[in-house]
Design a protein around this ligand. Structure first.
Ligand code: V47
Length: 371
């Protein structure tokens, strides 16, 4: 393969990968700086194929964004509102039930439920939400509340992190989504989301989540003010926590969308940057099983190509995505199962419908909320 690499700076990285050696900060920077996009992709694909062969995963899921009222007001966010602002909403558990029942005939395996940090909601509200979802969708995994929300809930309940997580688990919480980390870097935190927990706290909360035996995902919000070095350091911090806990399942790069945000003058990420970020994530995060190409952010077509650049998962069918679409995403709001399978097959991979824990499930099961 060495002869196929146009950029000589990739050759020592190939050697390391084949020797099972860990890549360091300089390697990550060299990958990002390489003009040989295809070469970087081939390295990532080599690693991806060792782990997953030709399989590419997706999940049949539903998103519920229970409130957009948020006290954090991150500068990159188009979704959040103040309590009295036009467009502010909070679903009560009855509304969540209604939204779940509206899709009860679909074979949904995962409910992805996140929202703003809304100071008006008591801890019991969150338990009621979980109970409502569990009642209506007993067979689905509830993947809910980012580390930012978990931190808030621990404060709200007064129980501390460990007991709060235990209470949420007994009400039905099954897994933690990857949002809220943004870029694990204090400069970026100060500039863009100073009211939200900082990187040290995000990692601390994640460690508690893993200690509670909850699997979690991790993300990186890229394409705004962060440097390439800050991105690579973000990967290294995630990798270090994963070495200690093994609690992460998937990593998802999130391409920044600027519309309706305070950063609306920033250009969109490029296709090359999107593909490189998938590939560098696969190569740096050597202890993460799964790298998702989130089609909502980068579009279905580039997500399909990303399957050959290190990604092994296209996330889910979704149907109603809000956070990225409010920031100007032009992708559809959902993808039917047939479209998902066609994207994967046409890329030369085998579609595998999975549950939240990457266990393959029978395609096209009967409806009604049971597994
Ligand atoms: O935390 C907010 C990001 C995240 C914008 O775990 C934005 O399986 C782009 O974390 N442009 C929420 N991104 C989404 C998320 C996620 C999505 C899919 C799957 C999983 C998973 C997790 O969206 C936020 C923030 O980082 N975000 N605003 C924006 N304007």
């Amino acid at each position: 393969m060495e002869n196929d690499l146009l950029d000589p700076s990739l050759a020592p990285i190939l050697k390391k990968i084949d020797a099972g050696q860990r890549l360091d900060l300089d390697d990550g920077m060299a990958l990002y700086r390489s003009p040989d996009l295809i070469g970087v992709g081939r390295l990532a694909d080599r690693v991806r194929r060792r782990r997953h062969g030709r399989q590419a995963f997706y999940v049949y899921n539903q998103h519920i964004n229970y409130t957009n009222v948020c006290r954090n007001r991150c500068r990159f966010c188009a979704f959040a509102r103040d309590k009295a602002e036009k467009g502010a909403y909070t679903y009560d558990p009855a509304e969540v039930r209604r939204r779940l029942l509206a899709r009860i005939d679909e074979p949904i395996r995962e409910i992805h439920m996140v929202g703003g940090v809304n100071p008006a909601l008591p801890f019991s509200y969150y338990l009621d939400l979980l109970t409502a979802v569990r009642e209506i969708r007993p067979g689905a995994v509830i993947k809910a509340f980012t580390a930012v929300e978990i931190d808030h809930l621990a404060e709200l309940s007064g129980l501390g992190l460990d007991r709060t997580l235990a209470a949420l688990k007994s009400a039905g919480l099954g897994m933690i989504p990857g949002g809220g980390a943004e870029v694990l870097n204090d400069r970026v935190w100060q500039a863009l989301f100073p009211k939200k927990i900082n990187s040290e706290r995000w990692l601390e909360v994640m460690a508690a989540i893993h200690r509670a035996d909850l699997t979690a995902n991790a993300t990186l919000l890229y394409g705004h003010i962060e440097t390439i070095e800050e991105r690579v350091r973000h990967f290294i911090r995630l990798r270090e926590l994963q070495d200690r806990t093994g609690g992460f399942s998937a990593f998802i790069p999130l391409a920044f969308h600027a519309e309706n945000t305070e950063l609306s003058d920033l250009p969109a990420t490029t296709g090359v940057d999107d593909l490189k970020t998938v590939a560098v994530a696969r190569l740096m995060l050597d202890n993460f099983d799964h790298i998702k190409a989130y089609w909502v952010m980068i579009g279905e077509k580039l997500a399909q190509v990303a399957l050959s650049f290190g990604a092994d998962d296209l996330d889910g069918t979704i149907v109603e995505e809000k956070i990225t679409h409010m920031a100007g995403a032009t992708s559809p709001k959902g993808l039917p199962r047939e479209a998902m399978e066609r994207l994967i097959s046409a890329a030369g991979f085998t579609p595998v419908e999975r549950d939240s824990f990457y266990r393959p499930v029978e395609s096209a099961p009967e409806s009604g909320g049971t597994a």
